[in-house]
Design a protein around this ligand. Structure first.
Ligand code: NAP
Ligand code: MG
Length: 402
């Protein structure tokens, strides 16, 4: 069989620990035998980030701007323990944060649905995709402890020196206060990324805040979404047969529970943080969550939502067998390959991505899976495979389907 040819390279961002091991298995078993794989390789493994003073992360993000599509392996975000473990020059920043800042993107997380792994919410039949605004609010707050009576005010000083003041609270005793902010350009980028991704995946978009209480702050989010939608997207949404609607966050939460899924739920920063954890655990497993960073200019970076699975990696290093789930990392590759196929007009490449996804799901539905899924499946008589054998089983299923 001839290998599928590619015309434009994918930006390949390699990573750390157990996911770096899976990365190579996936390429060797599931991609290289079938595709004349063209990638521009960036090693985001912690050693190489340290050796390049993290320049490699910046270069990989700029390459994503050049080519449009990237696929990323999970990477270590260093903390004090990692600085020691890897003898780092500095506590380098989170690569995801750096890439997100350069691409100005929004992260969309969606569960992979498979028979035998049932969501806790029994009416959820289709994935619920969470879009989290990744700038500001409580994540960039300024806090103060108040220990005695006194007045807390918000003071805005214009460049020309004019002041505007608003009373936060007249304290008669001890308390706490905090200041939050956001910026319109970031909210606009968030809105455009959401509208673009809704069109791209042909899914209806929901957006919800607490604008009834937060009449200026949250209301600004609501207004910006509506203005951009009306001016730039309404026609295209209608053509695509999808909807955009805004509702109060309380109403959204209630509707999510009663829905069957199949839409994108755009959330402010804090809501997205909390709700994505709820959605992913209710759908079954962090190892079955995909994640894609979408920029307002239409660049895409695909990855798994989980981390580097450090505990499994240390077992692997000790020569013990591991059973690490590679599904989300496989879907990062298929997402990127499908998008590359669409952009370059290579139908076989997109079709290959579809087949590999189907083969992955069929392998699980046939009862062959990794340990994390075996623990939660409703299927009977399942076979637990090790990390590599699971990938080989997918290859067998795919060969049979081809
Ligand atoms: P993690 O790698 O997601 O793993 C946490 C636990 O979840 C694992 O120990 C394992 O449970 C289970 N798990 C996660 N993915 C799995 C998979 N594919 N197959 C089977 N089980 C899986 O999170 P972490 O241990 O908190 O973080 C490890 C490193 O990853 C950290 O250095 C962190 O900075 C980094 N991280 C990177 C990203 C990213 O690049 N996007 C995201 C998050 C974290 P059991 O041990 O019980 O089997
Ligand atoms: Mg969280």
């Amino acid at each position: 069989m001839d290998k599928i040819r590619m015309t434009t390279p994918l930006v390949e961002m390699d990573g750390d620990e157990m996911t770096r091991i899976l990365w190579q298995y996936i390429k060797d078993e599931l991609l290289l035998p079938y595709i004349d794989l063209k990638t521009e390789y960036y090693d985001l493994g912690l050693e190489h980030r340290n050796a390049t003073d993290d320049q490699v992360t910046i270069d990989s993000a700029n390459a994503t701007k050049k080519y449009g599509v990237a696929v990323k392996c999970a990477t270590i975000t260093p903390n004090a323990a990692r600085v020691k473990e890897y003898d780092l020059k500095e506590m380098w920043k989170s690569p995801n944060g750096t890439i997100r800042a350069i691409l100005d993107g929004t992260v969309f997380r969606a569960p992979i649905i498979v028979k035998g792994i049932e969501p806790c919410v029994k009416n959820w039949k289709k994935p619920i995709t969470i879009a989290r605004h990744a700038y500001g609010d409580v994540y960039k707050n300024t806090e103060m402890k108040i220990d005695a009576p006194g007045k807390v005010e918000l003071v805005y000083t214009k460049e020309d020196g004019t002041e505007t003041r608003a009373l936060v609270h007249n304290f008669t005793g001890a308390g706490v206060a905090q200041g939050l902010h956001n910026i319109c350009s970031s909210i606009e980028s968030f809105a455009r990324s959401c509208f673009n991704y809704a069109l791209d995946t042909k899914q209806t978009l929901w957006f919800a805040t607490k604008d009834t209480i937060s009449k200026k702050y949250d209301h600004t989010f609501k207004d910006i979404f509506q203005e951009i939608y009306d001016a730039e997207y309404a026609g295209r949404f209608e053509e695509a047969g999808i909807e955009y609607f805004y509702t109060l966050i309380d109403d959204a939460v209630a509707r999510v529970m009663k829905s069957e899924g199949g839409y994108i739920w755009a959330c402010k920063n804090y809501d997205g943080d909390v709700m994505s954890d709820m959605i992913s655990s209710a759908f079954g497993s962090l190892a079955m969550m995909t994640s894609v960073l979408v920029s307002p200019d239409g660049y895409f970076e695909y990855e798994a939502a989980h981390g580097t699975v450090q505990r499994h990696y240390y077992k692997h290093l000790a020569g013990e067998e591991t059973s690490t789930n590679s599904v989300a990392t496989i879907f990062a590759w298929t997402g990127a390959l499908r998008k590359r196929g669409e952009l370059d007009g290579i139908k076989e490449l997109s079709a290959f991505a579809d087949t590999l996804e189907k083969a992955t799901l069929k392998t699980i539905e046939d009862g062959k899976m990794t340990k994390d899924l075996a623990l939660i499946t409703t299927l009977k008589n399942v076979t637990v495979l090790n990390s590599l054998d699971f990938i080989k089983a997918i290859r067998e299923t795919m060969e049979a389907m081809m």
